[in-house]
Write a protein that binds this ligand. Structure first.
Ligand SMILES: NC(=O)c1ccc[n+]([C@@H]2O[C@H](COP(=O)([O-])OP(=O)(O)OC[C@H]3O[C@@H](n4cnc5c(N)ncnc54)[C@H](O)[C@@H]3O)[C@@H](O)[C@H]2O)c1
Length: 468
């Protein structure tokens, strides 16, 4: 009953400001569902462009070596200037297997922690670790990341960084208070195509970027039974909304300079009824689930302060090909990643040597395969000209995981701001709880908090930092 009254009050306010013509003035924002923005505690500063003192060697502890965690061990075993000091997991066999990755590569053994839910705390409490990497289930990320920062460690945590607004704000406050990095391990921002399109956008070749789309379309039927104690199914069963938004959000927010000159103002979400997963539970596990929460397909639309739009999808149920729905539209060009990479560009954005019939070129049609490859090669960002070969050799989703892990270590070694900060973690993860609020209120607009608390316009655009 209480919720119903709350909704009606919001609807009344909405209709009162219906005549506002699309500008996101505080007045029109006041008609949306707002969530609490905790005041920044006195004496605490933001972490925008934060750089920690250089670390000649980065000493790492890894928590969680199930399906995902061993990739970190593999990469840290070959990146120069890294020592994996300790590995923790509930399961003894998993830590032993992960340790063997180190010894097989000729690296010293790590100290192993296992056997109970709290054993990872011993890893965090060690005094010879600089960075804690967390690759456990979503439900544990906040507690582990917070504990690590409070024990003087930088944190790199798997996606999403946290699942509730309360936990997201707590990670921001902990990072600001302890002056420790809290980076989310969002690997898709290092996909070679997305990186190249970001570079082209930064050079102005796509004109002004007005729209970015992303998502996670991946039927997980083959995976459901492999997660530790069914954590992922449990979460989907009990949570409506886009519970895994960050693979789509990362590339979209970087290309739109979110909290580097623009900010997200509000979102609306809509979902279709869950069908396939309840059927799977019936057929595969003989369970009748009538209150499954996560929709078959969840859609979220976001509008930014500077008048740009973002569209984000989540569907881990439907039998359809994998896609992260990466599409970017600018005033002079359009890039699309799935089912295969495509580019359409205005003549002014393409060199004559690449497209001989240059004058006839228009963004109404795709570049040919050969032309597109020439444009992409010509516009490779520095990250790829320097790292593509070694990334492909070491792999991890085609090499993007390696670039992410390499960059994390490189920036810590050189005392540079990391490629992703705690506000990226917040902005990309908050779509989970905020989309749930919109869905539970008939797709009402929900304000996206300014997680920087006023600092979103301090930086002029997104950039990767280099030592020289
Ligand atoms: N970025 C990507 O491409 C990508 C891909 C896969 C998974 N992930 C993320 O990685 C994380 C892990 O996913 P996964 O597929 O490896 O799941 P998983 O179930 O295979 O592994 C989770 C591991 O965490 C361990 N664990 C759980 N609670 C623990 C505790 N209290 N102490 C120590 N260890 C504990 C489990 O024993 C298990 O080995 C998730 O956040 C997931 O979203 C990211």
């Amino acid at each position: 009953m209480k919720r119903l009254i709350y909704s009606l009050i919001i609807l009344a306010t909405m209709s009162a400001c219906h005549t506002d013509k699309g500008t996101d003035t505080p007045q029109s924002l006041s008609g949306m569902i707002q969530t609490d923005v905790p005041e920044r505690p006195a004496g605490q500063e933001d972490m925008i462009a934060f750089a920690a003192p250089k670390l000649a060697t980065v000493r790492v502890g890894i928590i969680g070596v199930g399906m995902r965690g061993p990739t970190f061990v593999q990469h840290f075993a070959v990146i120069p200037g890294v020592e994996v000091k300790a590995i923790a997991d509930l399961n003894e066999a998993s830590v032993i297997k992960a340790n063997k990755i180190l010894t097989d590569k000729g690296r010293p053994e790590a100290e192993l922690y296992f056997g109970n839910e709290e054993a990872w705390k011993k890893l965090v409490e060690r005094d010879d670790i600089d960075l804690v990497c967390i690759a456990t289930n979503w439900q544990t990320h906040h507690e582990m990341a917070k504990y690590a920062m409070e024990h003087g460690k930088h944190v790199a945590v798997e996606v999403p960084g946290a699942t509730t607004l309360e936990d997201i704000w707590d990670l921001i406050n902990t990072s600001e208070r302890t002056r420790k990095h809290c980076m989310m391990l969002e690997n898709c921002v290092y996909d070679f195509f997305e990186l190249t399109i970001l570079n082209m956008a930064q050079k102005g070749l796509l004109g002004e970027i007005l729209y970015a789309e992303g998502g996670y379309i991946h039927q997980l039927e083959a995976f459901w039974d492999h997660y530790d104690r069914d954590w992922r199914m449990e979460f989907n069963r009990h949570h409506r909304g886009d519970v895994y938004p960050t693979h789509g959000m990362g590339p979209a927010c970087q290309i739109l300079n979110i909290h580097r000159g623009d900010k997200m103002n509000y979102l609306v979400s809509m979902d279709s009824d869950p069908v396939t997963i309840p059927e799977f539970l019936k057929n595969d596990r003989n369970e009748d689930v009538t209150d499954f929460q996560n929709g078959q397909h969840t859609l979220t639309l976001i509008r930014t302060e500077k008048g740009k739009t973002i569209e984000i999808h989540h569907d881990v149920a439907t039998a359809r090909p994998y896609s992260r729905q990466y599409n970017v539209a600018g005033t002079k060009g359009y890039a699309s990643k799935y089912p295969s990479p495509m580019l359409a560009l205005d003549a002014s954005s393409v060199d004559k040597s690449i497209v001989p019939n240059h004058e006839d070129l228009s963004a109404h049609s795709w570049l040919s395969d050969a032309e597109r490859e020439k444009v992409l090669t010509q516009n490779k960002p520095r990250l790829l000209t320097e790292l593509e070969k070694i990334a492909k050799e070491n792999g991890g989703h085609g090499g993007m995981d390696f670039i992410m892990n390499y960059r994390l270590i490189f920036c810590l070694q050189h005392g540079l701001p990391l490629d992703m900060d705690v506000y990226d973690l917040a902005e990309w993860s908050c779509i989970g709880p905020l989309s749930a609020i919109s869905l539970e209120h008939g797709s009402m607009p929900v304000a996206v908090p300014d997680f920087t608390r006023g600092g979103w316009n301090k930086l002029d655009g997104y950039k990767h930092h280099f030592a020289e």
